[in-house]
Each structure stands twice: as C-alpha cells, then as structure tokens.
Ligand binder design. Sequence first.
Ligand code: GLA
Length: 707
Amino acid sequence: MPVIAFAPDAGVWLLSTPRTSYALRIDATGAPCHLGWGPALTLEEAGELVTPPGPPASSFEGRPSVGEELPVDGGPRYGPPSLQVRFADGTRAFEWQATGHRVHEPAPGSTELVLEFRDRVHPLRVALHYRVHDDSDVIERWTVLRNDGVAPVALQRADSAAWALPLRDGYRLSHVTGQWSAETRLRRDPLPFGETVLTSRRGITSHHANPWVMLDAGDASENHGQVWSAALAWSGSWRITVQRTPDGRAGFTGGAGHEGPALPLGPGEEHTTPVHAGLYSEGGFGAASRAWHAYTLAHVLPHPREIRPVLYNSWEATGFDVDEAGQRALAARAAALGVELYVMDDGWFGARRSAEAGLGDWSPAPDRFPGGLTPLVEEVHRLGMRFGLWVEPEMVSPDSDLYRTHPDWVLHFPHRTRTELRSQLVLNLARRDVADWAYGWLTRLVGDHGIDFLKWDMNRAFSEAGWPDRAEGADAVWTAYVQHLYGIIDRLRAEHPGLRIETCSGGGGRVDLGMLARTDQAWPSDNTDAADRIDIQHGYGQLYPARTMAAWVTDVPNQFTGRSVPLRFRFHVAMAGVLGIGGDLSRWSEDELAEGAALLAEYKRIRHLVQHGGLHRLRAPDDEGAAAVQYTAADRGEALLLVWRRTSRPGDPAPLLRPAGLDPAARYRDARTGAVHSATVLREYGIRPELPRGDWASAAVHLVRMP
Ligand code: GLA
C-alpha cells in the first residue's frame, strides 16, 4: 500500500508510517477532520472510523473541540482555536473550502500530502502539510497560510497542527518543567479536564517548559504501552494547549507564539508555520524516546553520523578572567588529558570583564589578546585540538560601543523602561540591518581565525519586545526574530561547512527541534552538579538524543550546589552524553589528571554507543537507590551500562540491572572483568555491577558480543 492513500468514496486519507497509521477526511462542511492515529490500519479499516454526525446534543455544544485537524475560530466552535484570523473588514470567522490536494516525494524515502483550502469568501489560502518517512513513525505537520488579497490579514493564532487521541477511559500527560539551572524535570500527571497550557512567553524556548508532550492512557510504563507524543520545531515563544473535554476526549494544538501578538500577513505574503512532529508508539516511554532519538538523528541534525569530540570549556575555571597565557596553559593540560576541542568561553572581547559590559563589541580585548585570537587558535590547533569560541550575538550591553552607536537596535518601546536582565538588552534581530550586522562579524570572526566551533549563547528573556519603526512591529517581531536567527546560522553554516555549533541559552533555555536542525549539540543546563545532572539528563533524554547532550565534568565543591562527589562519579554521569571537561585543570592533582585521562580514554572507547546507540532507561532516577541507563549498538553487538548510586543504605546491595535490547541468542563479555553472560540470563536474571562502597558510587559496564 502506498504510504499516502486516498479512498475517494469515503473521502478518507490514510498516512502509513512503518508501524503506525494516521487517518483524516474532509467533512461535509469542508473542514479537515481527524479520524485516527495509532497502530497500522488498512484504508478500508480507516473508512470504518467515519461516523455520521448525530443530531446536536443541544444548542450549546457545537462542534467537538478535539477532532479537527486545525480547529478554526469560526462556526460553532468553542475550543482553543488552532487558526484564528482577523480579516481587514473585521470578520473573524473562517469558513473552510477545499480546493485540492497534492502528494509528492520531497526526497527519496519521504512522502508529503498537501491539503489545500481557502476561506469561502476571503482570499486567504491555507495548506495543511503532512510528511512521512519510510524509516520513522514520526509524522511532520505544518501549515502554510497565504494572503492572496489586497488587504492585510492578522493571524491571531496560527498553530502548526492539532492532534487528537482515540477515546480512552483516562489520560496522562508527560512533559518537562524547570527553571534556570534546573531544566527538564520530568512530570507525569493525570491529564486534568479542561485546558492545560504549556507555553513560553519569553521569546526563547525557555528553561521553564519545553515544547513537547507525551500522552498515554495512564497505563503506559517505561517498556509497555501506547504513547502519543509531539514536539514543536520552534525556538521562540510557543504554546501547546492540551485538552481533556467533558465528554472524555483528549488532544492538543501547538504552534509558535503566545497569546497577545497577532502575526500580520500582508497582501501577497505567505507564512509557513514551524513543523509540529507527532509520533504514535507502542512499547512505552522508552520506545517513544528511542523513536524520537532516531528521528532526530535521521531527519533533524545537520551531521548526525559524526562523533562529537570531547571538549574542554574554560568557563567554570576562569569566569570572565581569560587571557592568552591562561588559555594556553589550560589548553596544554586539556590536550594532555585527551581533549579534542578546546572552547574559550565568555570574556575574550571588548571591555568584557564581567557581565556588566562589552556585549556587542566583538573584537578581541587587546590587553588580553595583544596579537588577536590567531596565536591562541594556532596553538590549540598545534596541540591537535579544534578551537571553539563563546559568542552571544543577539545581545548588547548598554555599556558598549555598539549600544552607544545604535541605541535603537534593541527591542524596545518608546517611553518605556528598557529592562536590563544580566545587565544586557536584546538586539532586535528581526531588523534586517541588525541581522546583517550579526552575520557579518560572525562570518569574519570564523573565517579570519579558522574557528571550528561556536558556543552560541542567549542569556536573557525578552521584555518590552517592541519594534517602533515598523507598523505592527511588536506583533511581527516574535516570529521575524527567530526566522532571522535561523537565517544567520544557516548562512554561517553554508559559508563555513566545517563549523559546528552548540546551542546554549544560560544552559538549556533554547533546546528544541528547530535549533537542533541547525546546531550540533546543546548545553542542557548551567548546573554541572553530577547529582542534579542525573535528573536533568533524565528529562532531556525523554525527547532529545544523547548525541546532542553536552555534559561536563567540573570541579568540586560544585559552584552551584557546593556538593562534592568523586571524580569517577562526575565522569560516569557526563559519559551519558557528549563528554566535556569544565574544571580548572591547573588545579587538578597528578592523580586526578591520571584518573581523568583514563576515564576520558574509556569514554572514547564507548562513545559510539552513547552517541549513536539506542537508550534504555533501566532505572529512573526517582527510584530509591540507584539510577541506570543502557546504550546499545544498532546491531546489538555492544552495550554500555551506566549506573549511579547517590546514597548507599546499609544492607543495600548494588542494584540489579536487567539489560534490554540485546541479541537474545548471544553471549556478552564484560570488557573490564572478562566475565561472560548469556543475553537470556542478563535479561531475565540481571547483573549487579560492581560498585565502590559508600555514597556517590558509580560504574560503567561495557558488554561486547562474543563471536
Ligand atoms: C551562560 C552560559 C554559561 C557561560 C556564561 C558566560 O550562562 O550558559 O555556560 O557561557 O553564559 O557568560
């Protein structure tokens, strides 16, 4: 059966992914309606989902608020609209009229359905896009709106897609909440009746919520059960509204932007929403996460097959106190440890001696780098490492030459306070001249110095997000800012194909599939305490793959929490992602350097499993005792177990781990001890990795299939 099939008699469209089906139809009013999303169906079976509408239950009900592909503000609809338009004559109601459809293959292995509509009277066109891939159950959806008229239209809400679940007796919502230094805390609660809004109004994805949801019927576990999930590929403000209706349906609508601003769509203009990708999976939350990881590697990341290098970052070691001699000394120690990418953090430019000044003046501070950056870059390259640099291109310090020259370049309203956060203001990237300026210095900086890697930071939320010199600027800015941000990064990457980028926003404030489509890894949190990091990584990995999850080993007592845990424990936690070193190597003892070098070398032996293998969460960190993860090679030839026990209790043995996803007929050898285990015994009876006594005990077990 083709992956996109149509039954003209029933008017049913069926999208098939390798293991799932998604069915919809256009109803008698012309509205695109949802039929089903779940296990694979035939076209005929999907036709059975069409039920003739019954008589309205009362004059108060209207159309169900869950069950349309893009519920509009218009007609008897009372749920949260996915599409809410205001026409120039004041009309708000949108009336669907189908105008056609297209099926095409945008790339080998991918098929796209476009359903085309317009408003019955006004010249506004709406196209619903659905894309499926032959190697993933993720369905990508987005909407394209086009104003064919001569009058402007305001898009008060323009979600990418709405999603509906089959009827179940109950529902549960999984998502992450957080704050700076405590990002991606997993929450899993019964879905309340009514509307649950997950959102960011900060202009960035935010530390406080992340634009993905997972829903289940309350019966899914890590390894069993049906899960419906979706993630939004957008890096500015966003909103996902999850509903549980009084009659027991569940669904959600999601898109860019928060309430308030209305996106202006001028005559002849077209707006393409970000992708909202959805996934139905069986096999519990573990299978859902693995499917998202595989999708992100296959269809989102720019260079998914690359092994990310071990980096050193100087931030926790030096703070703003950077200079060439200090950096050379750290680089020499980092290289000796086995580091492959040396990143100089904040403090290298302009008058930057603290967070109080300098952002915007992006030339090396002459007193700290008398010969510019080139001597340091050359030294790092000579040591056999790549060179990376911290930048924060979207910001300006009021105390900077840039701000003194261009005070109008920041987001602001006339006669309003320009609120400073971290003593900085946000540049209005939505302005073409500002975006061109940012691209200009970045491409020169990268090109002139042979820079291999940028840590792209963004250290404050928006406020007073005005754009006074443009009509409706305060409405347009939220979208145009992100589009220009994407444009700058895309141009930079095209101009410098060897350049790699880390997305950072005071830690994990801007991690999403939109950013990951144009960066190589993310900094999940400024909190580098290994104990806290276990929880942060647990939430991060629900959706995003370890291949993108930078994780540093830093010094103790930890700068944020004051907690001290052994070096080995810090390494073992960071080895669950893209390992980096962030400690002050000038203060590491010979013993620490030797132990660090050995652990780093061990990471290099197993990182292909972490970065490209399948993740099995063997014990969640909320379990009493220990947490553990497993990464398994796609061919099941090897697996890595990482186990972390924060607190030991008397009589509490090392946790029993039951490795998953191994080749059932094979025997595996523990690469360190030489012990041989059959997969069946491992799976059914488990093993207890050897843990040191006491708190903060950890182990890494590398299992290799016997020939
Ligand atoms: C942010 C980042 C940190 C560091 C500082 C530098 O907080 O998240 O890692 O780069 O900025 O000012």
